[in-house]
Design a protein around this ligand. Structure first.
Ligand code: PRP
Length: 237
């Protein structure tokens, strides 16, 4: 067995929610991964094996895990659905909760969904998810691939709809767009390289179980200072 266990983490907004789960599983990175410019950071030793973290773009986590460059990682369900990598997905971490939605300008959405047989221009980074949905509806979709800021495309007349992540809805609102339909509820998933799952089972299995326990702990309602109950985690997924 290799003497390193590599875990790929997504940069960005998910990272902050990932760290408490890792801490519960005794997997705290030795440097502040939210501020460092390093892409590879050491973690603790477990069972005499050095843990290291890769801090990479969310869209790349599955590639590193599928290729075996990382043994395990944390990836959004949106990316798993879009790219369908060959990885095991043992846990819903119930963080990074949002949804993949079809959205458009208010006026356009209020006119109703496009009719079967019609054509539509759709801006998205989820080309396959968008294409499959419209195909299932008998609508001919021209997919315009963008890397971010999808909400701009309808504003400048480049697309009729977008298929994108909605979390709070504030980006849509700020740009005069509304939701038309939710396609998928999303949360972050623990993903494991299938070969690592076999060869490093004695390391990986306890981590999966500790993370499972962390999710249960984190989803327990907490007393707020007002005496009301609050809970974190996804409402649905
Ligand atoms: C994501 C997504 C939306 C926004 C939704 O973008 O693409 O634009 O967040 O979040 P909200 O519903 O809470 O407003 P992100 O900030 O990740 O940047 P990007 O547009 O560059 O992908």
């Amino acid at each position: 067995m290799s003497d390193i266990l590599t875990i790929a983490l997504s940069k960005g907004r998910i990272l902050e929610q990932t760290l408490p789960l890792l801490a519960y599983a005794h997997l705290t990175p030795l440097e502040d991964v939210q501020t460092t410019r390093k892409l590879m950071v050491d973690g603790p030793m477990i069972q005499g094996v050095q843990v290291r973290f890769l801090i990479i773009r969310a869209a790349d986590v599955c590639t590193y895990v599928e290729q075996g460059a990382a043994d395990m990682g944390i990836s959004g369900r949106d990316l798993l659905l879009e790219h369908r990598p060959y990885v095991y997905e043992p846990l819903d971490l119930k963080i990074g909760c949002c949804r993949v939605c079809i959205c458009g300008l208010k006026d356009a959405v209020e006119q109703g969904e496009p009719q079967s047989g019609s054509r539509i221009r759709v801006a998205t980074k989820y080309d396959h998810l968008a294409e499959n949905y419209y195909l299932s509806q008998g609508i001919q979709a021209e997919i315009i691939h963008l890397y971010g800021g999808m909400e701009l495309a309808p504003l400048v007349g480049m697309a009729d709809r977008i298929v994108d992540i909605v979390e709070t809805g504030s980006t849509l609102k700020a740009n005069g767009l509304i939701e038309e339909k939710t396609l998928y509820d999303i949360s972050s998933r623990l993903v494991v390289n299938p070969a690592s799952s076999a060869t490093k089972r004695t390391l990986i299995h306890p981590i999966v179980e500790q993370l499972r326990e962390a999710i249960v702990q984190q989803s327990k309602p907490e007393e707020t200072i007002n005496g009301e109950h609050d809970s974190s985690g996804c409402q649905s997924s």
